[in-house]
Design a protein around this ligand. Structure first.
Ligand SMILES: *Cc1c(COP(=O)(O)O)cnc(C)c1O
Length: 232
């Protein structure tokens, strides 16, 4: 299948899920997750009209951002950092990305704000919630959300835009929906206490329909666009 067909197929899945819950499909933004995939495939996606991309690994992501700044300077792209972020890597992330979706410590937020170049607009950030309470996973406990959000709102070079989650995969769609609905409730809570909250990032290749039914505004799709990932 061509890249254009894959992207069209995703757009149809977004439209179908939106129709099921009377939402406007335009409310759901697609992030193409290109981790481990070469720049040539990202170029195919750009040719097919995709503009927002997600990367998980700092070094790989920064190299891609720089490649596209050099070779496609006339195409405005949006780069989302969606992987775990250590404090010794915050500087190059603050310098190259437009969004960081995985904030789960104030220390990281502080550093990103301090290190964001003044020539760039504020860095958009999402707080990551560990909604399935998995010990091995990143993200904060829901009870910590408002405290962390208030602290982030005080930082000058960040714009808090909302929440992100990677719920545990469930076999039953009804079961999957529960975690997504819990996220939507938290999102509404956050909206009441902060001004620019407009993003609930949840839904991947295998669970995007449930995420959209529950109120997701941003889906992060990798394998359904670029094919299965190979790690070596
Ligand atoms: C890899 C990844 C995705 C995309 O996953 P697919 O199942 O390939 O769609 C989305 N979000 C995050 C945080 C990821 O690490």
């Amino acid at each position: 299948m061509t890249m254009q067909t894959n992207l069209q197929h995703i757009a149809e899945r977004i439209t179908d899920a939106s129709k099921q819950c009377d939402r406007d499909p335009k409310q759901i933004k697609l992030i193409a997750v290109s981790k481990t995939k070469p720049c040539t495939l990202i170029e195919d996606a750009i040719l097919a009209g995709q503009r927002a991309f997600g990367e998980n690994y700092v070094q790989e992501g920064v190299e891609k951002v720089q490649y596209f700044q050099q070779h496609h300077a006339d195409t405005a792209l949006e780069w989302h950092f969606i992987g775990p972020l250590q404090s010794n890597k915050t500087k190059i992330v603050a310098e190259h990305f437009d969004w960081v979706q995985t904030i789960d410590r104030l220390k990281i937020a502080h550093r990103l704000s301090e290190q964001r170049p003044s020539s760039l607009s504020p860095l958009n950030v999402l707080i990551q919630i560990n909604i399935s309470h998995e010990e091995s996973k990143s993200g904060i406990h829901p009870d910590e959300m408002l405290t962390l959000a208030r602290a982030i709102l005080a930082l000058p070079n960040l714009t808090l835009r909302g929440l992100m989650a990677i719920p545990k995969a469930e076999i039953e769609p009804e079961q999957q929906l529960i975690a997504f609905k819990q996220m939507f409730t938290l999102y509404q809570q956050l909206q009441q206490s902060a001004p620019d909250i407009d993003t609930l990032s949840m839904g991947m290749s295998d669970d995007m329909a449930s995420a959209i039914l529950a109120g997701s505004t941003m889906v992060r799709i990798g394998s359904a666009i670029f094919g299965a990932r190979e790690y070596n």
